[in-house]
Design a protein. Structure first.
Length: 229
């Protein structure tokens, strides 16, 4: 089912450069489960990025009969556009900034510091809400599968990768339903393998275009899904 594009990048050939290949996030998780079936019943752990990565990761973890965890990461957004980000903060406090974007947009040091502080608080609150006092999962020496519902720029994923490496993951695998080819290539040197059934190229890319049904995932929906794990 899976096709090998490079030494550690796998997709599904029939899904390349197509849109609307998944019914919804749950269907995407099922497809990833087939691609990653060799990890079924192992000591591997799935870390899903909320909010959109949680429905995908939950189905994947269920199919593989392995643990589901939450990797809280949030982009640092522009003061005038909350959809666009110039950096990201991870659950362990890891921060990455897009210095080139900061310079191009003329963001001041005060702008950046305020953005980091606001995002760090958001991440801390989400960790407390989603984990509800659970002790930190020990991942040293374990294989980690990092999941989101798609990769556009890849910046948020890169920060999550660094945070999980800091936590001692033995092997790190990215599993995402869809991604832009050029941006996913930048992640290849950072991990042991990437599984992405729907890889697209071209000047226009939106994660939502891979799905027939797409809507934002609320924090309430995330909490409801996590109750089952």
């Amino acid at each position: 089912m899976a096709s090998q594009i490079s030494d550690n990048l796998f997709d599904i050939q029939d899904f390349r450069n197509r849109t609307a290949v998944f019914r919804n996030r749950e269907h995407a998780g099922e497809v990833l489960g087939e691609m990653l079936s060799s990890y079924k019943g192992t000591n591997t752990v799935v870390f899903a990025i909320p909010a959109g990565g949680i429905p995908v990761g939950a189905v994947l973890a269920s199919k593989l009969k392995i643990t589901l965890e939450v990797a809280v990461v949030s982009k640092i957004t522009l003061p005038w556009n909350t959809e666009a980000g110039y950096g990201a903060v991870a659950f362990d406090g890891t921060i990455k900034l897009n210095e080139g974007m900061i310079r191009r947009l003329g963001l001041t040091e005060n702008d950046v510091n305020e953005g980091i502080e606001k995002t760090s608080k958001k991440v801390k609150n989400r960790v407390e809400e989603f984990r509800k006092g659970k002790s930190s999962l020990k991942i040293a020496g374990r294989i980690v599968i990092l999941v989101d519902d798609g990769i556009a720029s890849g910046f948020t994923m890169l920060v999550a990768v660094e945070a999980l490496k800091n936590a001692g993951a033995d092997q790190l695998i990215i599993a995402v339903p869809t991604a832009h080819l050029e941006n996913i290539k930048q992640l290849i040197p950072q991990v042991d393998a990437i599984y992405c059934p729907n890889i697209r190229s071209g000047w226009s890319f939106a994660v939502a275009d891979a799905y027939q049904m797409w809507s934002d995932v609320s924090e309430e929906e995330v909490m409801e899904i996590l109750k089952g794990f």
